[in-house]
Design a protein around this ligand. Sequence first.
Ligand SMILES: [Fe+2]
Ligand SMILES: [Fe+2]
Length: 344
Amino acid sequence: MTKLVYTPEELLASHPFAEYHMAAGHKLHGGFDPQGSYVPPRSLHRIPAIAAWQSEVERKGWKLIDCSADLLKMGNYPSPEQQWFLLENGLELTMWNSLTIAGVIEGRGALLASFPAPDFQSIIVEDISAMCIGHLNKGLLVAHGWDEGGNPQTDIGAHNKMWFAARDALFGAGAYGRAEVPESITRPESGRLMPQIPPEHEQYLLLLMNLTMIEVRAEATFRFNETVVKNPDAFKSNRKGANLAADLIDRIRMDENIHVASLRVMLSEFRELTIKTVDGGTVRGKDMFDRLWAPMIAYHTGEAFEFSRNQTRESLKRQILALPGGDNLFAKFDSLEHRALAAE
Ligand SMILES: [Fe+2]
Ligand SMILES: [Fe+2]
């Protein structure tokens, strides 16, 4: 029988790596197998566990929600063409800053490891002990948080430092200083949205939904950075560093795929389960979830995208206008914007 129940120790266990992961002077999580392929951290049992829970969802004829990059309408701002233009005009600081910001924002994800989820079994009629959603506090959240911001008991860097390593591989460690980092990127709170369940469960579900969309949106960032650094005309004097940066970004993507897969399975499970309401009744998960999921996707691919695009554009505008001939440069920069998501 397929194994569906795991201990926290199992979900946090890593493969026996043939080689540890070091890059651009940073000690990083994950490692390499004997063939030299990257293996994400804490994935020895986590990957097969998520696959097994997903198979159960499919076996029961339940629907798996779409968490693919197809949800994204927009690419990245700036576009690769805009970024190359900035690099050609000596504004590599803008890319340094965006990689620093990516690392700092990823690091905030470590919080997931520190705050347990509320007990979802208490609001769900069916037994969830053999489901993905039943493992939130049995290693899944801790593994996820440590993937983003590192295990505080160790000095091994996670996604935070993997972005810093990509940055250092491109520009050299310490080439520029610290960056100004924007505040939270989750959807602002808007009062109770699921009054049928306790507020702590509602908040946690919204967190998981926001997190899913943030993880999906990260794919646009990966594609943008890969396109920028893989161009043989960019970073001409440092192709080795550019290739290492591309490898690091792909390793982050491999780790993130595990996050998206687990969030997708647990939200899909929630949709199909019977939820106990605070007034003593029951409701189908999908009756609560579906109403909120479409607006959540629309928010992240619309309003949130525009907000961060406008913020970034203002910051870049200030930097470009400070250059000689800044007005002309900025007009050219603006003309290179395009909004479609680059194909894979
Ligand atoms: Fe991450
Ligand atoms: Fe993630």
